[in-house]
Write a protein that binds this ligand. Structure first.
Ligand SMILES: Nc1ncnc2c1ncn2[C@@H]1O[C@H](COP(=O)(O)OP(=O)(O)O)[C@@H](O)[C@H]1O
Ligand SMILES: [Mg+2]
Length: 225
């Protein structure tokens, strides 16, 4: 199963969602999860390097592999054979680069488009969907996609509610019901090479990641069939 986190907009929450969903899948399935970092800036690889230095070390249930995609873009079959031992492979996508995003899209059983409730990210999601909906000629099957609302802040009230409703109205049942709130724990966990569940197992961020991960896995299973 290959699930990618893609949005052409940088800073839309791809890496944050990707590593935390990986941690939660690993925790629930008790199997290792492989992340391929497709971003030339290598945010998830950096997170992983910090993680390997954490004492005491967290369980090695997430493996981050880095691909120098500017030099070489692996094919779907290469990714599949490299990752054959992993039931779940997550691709952390790159901003801006439709070439890399296209490659990620074509390899995926499911594409997750993290979308923050602001106008710029909404625009990024629209552009990403244009790429998804105009696949290159060698691609025969339309790739299933979903939108996850992330960095939702209740305190911002009307502004975020307005944007959240706009996202739901635009993409309807493609938008997951559970949302990821804007919480300091996401930044803190990233900084320390941890997942939010490792940082605070019963914290608000963990409470958000659990249902979102379950919904992603459900949709991925449905689309892989
Ligand atoms: N749920 C969240 N709560 C708080 N901050 C978040 C959340 N999701 C992402 N961020 C912050 O937003 C910024 C961009 O997130 P990131 O995951 O790096 O996006 P991308 O990978 O799409 O560039 C980072 O500073 C990250 O810490
Ligand atoms: Mg990133």
């Amino acid at each position: 199963m290959i699930v990618s986190f893609v949005n052409l907009k940088g800073g839309s929450g791809k890496t944050t969602l990707c590593v935390n969903v990986a941690g939660e899948i690993a925790r629930v399935t008790k199997q290792r999860v492989l992340i391929f970092d497709l971003d030339p800036l290598h945010a998830s690889k950096r997170w992983y390097e910090i993680r390997l230095r954490v004492r005491p070390p967290p369980k090695l249930e997430i493996i981050v592999s880095y691909l120098d995609v500017k030099k070489y873009l692996p094919t779907k079959n290469e990714i599949r054979s490299k990752s054959a031992r992993y039931p779940f492979v997550l691709l952390d996508g790159a901003a801006g680069d439709t070439h890399i995003s296209n490659a990620a899209l074509n390899m995926s059983d499911l594409v997750v488009i993290p979308t923050m409730p602001d106008d710029l990210t909404f625009n990024g999601t629209e552009k990403t969907l244009e790429v998804i909906k105009t696949p290159p000629p060698n691609v025969t099957r339309p790739v299933p996609w979903i939108v996850v609302i992330t960095s939702y802040d209740q305190r911002i009230g009307i502004a975020h509610d307005y944007e959240r409703n706009k996202i739901r109205l635009a993409w309807q049942e493609r938008v997951l019901t559970p949302v990821v709130r804007e919480l300091a724990a996401f930044k803190e966990a990233m900084r320390r090479g941890l997942t939010v569940v490792e940082l605070e197992p019963n914290g608000q961020a963990a409470q958000d990641i659990r249902p979102v991960t379950a919904a992603i896995v459900r949709r991925a299973n449905a689309s892989a069939r």
